[in-house]
Design a protein around this ligand. Structure first.
Ligand code: FES
Length: 561
């Protein structure tokens, strides 16, 4: 085995002076022969913390066996994961976005610290997937991401249900729109097994974006967690990774700005999660590729929404998979010249090479529209600016709730206070719910507002109120919502100056978020601004608050990238 395949491990393990390192590894299963092979770290996000990741142990072991069979020496290690579905609407959710950084840091620490030559990461939940990719970009060695796959939907009253159905049932039950029996049955049936949340929420959105960038096996985004195809994918990973090692394929050698543009286009066509904005900005930062909110705006003006998928649409991810999943969508976008097919992939071939082999969707499917007849002719992810968001904000506007909204501000300094008001009926049609001090620093951790937005939906106010925040939204959120408002209130952004009764306009035609208060009055308010008392924080939260950047830059903590 030539040492170029062992670019990193040879420094740690070769020669008489490295005897102690080899001695430490022998009891873990290294033979004399193994010291001549490239070491590939297998970073598994397996855990029983959440159903999203509870099946990854089996997949990780298949990857290990496949690498072993393909002349690599795999080393399996684990890192932490969080669950948004469990912690949402609670203080614990503040750790969610923080976990993305902890995951990236921990994978980087093990892989670089122990000199692995290549890396396979396996994740299946919102934050752990971009966490894996951020680490892969930082490490710049042959690496591939495997998606654990989507969950199957639960069924109740002959309809597919999922975690978002549960969130919405809370609002519906509080407003006496469903019975206690329905409420409990939805809770019991919504999550029938392993896999990531089952609509085009953040995990499935990111899986598709990562595949479109050529950083995961073809088809990885479009296999369910319980499918035999998912296992076959893992069985085949050894040869893909060994080929990448032989050809010296690093993320840097295949990824460029156009790869990120392809990812953005994919997210829009899918009607995907607004979290993709935050995660793609953070991933590009680690890849040292310049990407900003204006890129989302530019691409958003020409790319239509094509997919009728939950939460804004009708179908779960598992139905999208049945008609062919992501591949035919990428082909459709390529035929319309909306994605760049010359982008390289982890296989060493191009996206176009793959799409040549992909079959179109079946004729009678109802999930993906033709380019000529889209669900929305431009992006549902709208980048807004204005006196309330000088550095930008991210709105999810599907058009179903209208394209503009003007209403009266009702201000809350935390998610909990807002949720309480929605559930006790204090929120009325025509209001703009303002939730602030929930940004990356303010929270800290930029919580997702799925509980309040679901409560709004459950209360039947989806078309009558808007919600704006310096926090963010789950991929499961729908309704008239604006998040990522920057600068955040904690940093003294204009959001901190809003008072109950102010008029706010959200206009997706002009891409503006406007607080209708005069500059003189805002100046006066700024002088008198007093932040609420913040709870004392410590540990990882304190470290995060001290280092995290604005949401408009991806809320990253690796400042020297
Ligand atoms: Fe893990 Fe939704 S909570 S994918």
């Amino acid at each position: 085995m030539t040492t170029f395949l062992r670019k990193y491990s040879s420094r740690l393990l070769d020669g008489p002076t490295r005897s102690q390192s080899r001695a430490m590894l022998r009891p873990t299963g290294f033979s004399d022969e193994d010291f001549k092979k490239p070491i590939v770290g297998v970073a598994s996000l397996a855990s029983n913390v959440t159903p999203c990741n509870m099946h990854l142990d089996e997949l990780s072991k298949l990857c290990v066996a496949s690498l072993q069979a393909n002349n690599c020496k795999p080393v399996l290690f684990h890192t932490i994961t969080m669950s948004d579905g469990i912690s949402m609407g609670n203080e614990g959710m503040k750790y969610s976005l923080i976990s993305r950084e902890v995951i990236a840091d921990s994978i980087e620490t093990v892989t670089d610290g122990l000199a692995y030559d290549g890396l396979v990461t396996i994740g299946s939940c919102d934050k752990n997937m971009p966490g894996c990719l951020i680490a892969q970009f930082r490490l710049q060695r042959p690496s591939i991401f495997i998606y654990g796959g989507t969950i199957m939907p639960g069924i109740y009253n002959n309809k597919p249900i999922d975690i978002v159905s549960v969130f919405e049932s809370v609002g519906a039950f509080s407003n006496k729109k469903i019975s206690e029996v329905d409420f409990l049955e939805i809770e019991k049936r919504a999550i029938p097994g392993p896999g990531a949340c089952g609509g085009m929420y953040t995990a499935n959105t990111m899986a598709c974006a990562i595949e479109a960038m050529g950083l995961s096996p073809w088809g990885s985004s479009s296999r369910t967690a319980i499918s035999k195809e998912k296992k076959i994918e893992c069985d085949e990973i050894g040869s893909v990774l060994y080929n990448a090692l032989e050809m010296g394929i690093t993320p840097k050698s295949i990824i460029n700005k156009k790869s990120f543009e392809n990812a953005i286009t994919t997210v829009i066509a899918l009607g995907g999660s607004t979290n993709a904005v935050l995660h793609l900005l953070a991933m590009s930062h680690s890849a040292k590729i310049s990407l900003n909110l204006d890129d989302f705006k530019r691409i958003g003006a020409k790319v239509p929404v094509l997919c009728n998928l939950r939460p804004s649409g009708e179908f779960p991810m598992s139905e999208f998979i049945k008609i062919g999943g992501l591949g035919p969508l990428l082909k459709r976008l390529a035929l319309a010249n909306l994605i760049n097919t010359s982008c390289k992939t982890i296989y060493g071939t191009t996206l176009g090479d793959y799409l040549n082999k992909v079959q179109e969707y079946p004729e009678n499917q109802r999930i993906v529209s033709d380019i000529s007849n889209p669900i929305k002719k431009d992006s549902h992810i709208v980048i807004l600016k204005g006196n309330l968001a000088p550095d930008g904000a991210v709105a999810k506007i599907t058009g179903k709730e209208g394209l503009t909204f003007t209403g009266i501000a009702k201000v809350f300094n935390s998610e909990e206070l807002a949720l309480k008001a929605i559930l006790n009926g204090s929120i009325k049609a025509g209001m703009v719910i303002v939730i602030r001090y929930e940004g990356p620093k303010g929270g800290p951790g930029m919580r997702e507002m799925l509980a309040p937005t679901s409560a709004v939906m459950g209360a039947g106010l989806g078309k009558d109120v808007a919600l704006i925040t310096d926090g963010r939204f789950s991929g499961g959120t729908h309704g008239f919502v604006v998040g990522h408002i920057s600068p955040e209130a904690f940093d003294g952004g204009p959001l901190a100056l809003v008072k109950n009764g102010d008029t706010i306009t959200i206009d997706s035609n002009s891409n503006e978020l406007i607080l209708k208060v005069s500059p003189a009055e805002l100046k006066k308010r700024k002088k008198k601004l007093k932040h609420p008392l913040f709870k004392k924080i410590h540990g990882v939260m304190a470290k995060y608050r001290a280092s995290v950047t604005s949401a408009s830059l991806g809320a990253v903590t690796d400042l020297n990238c």
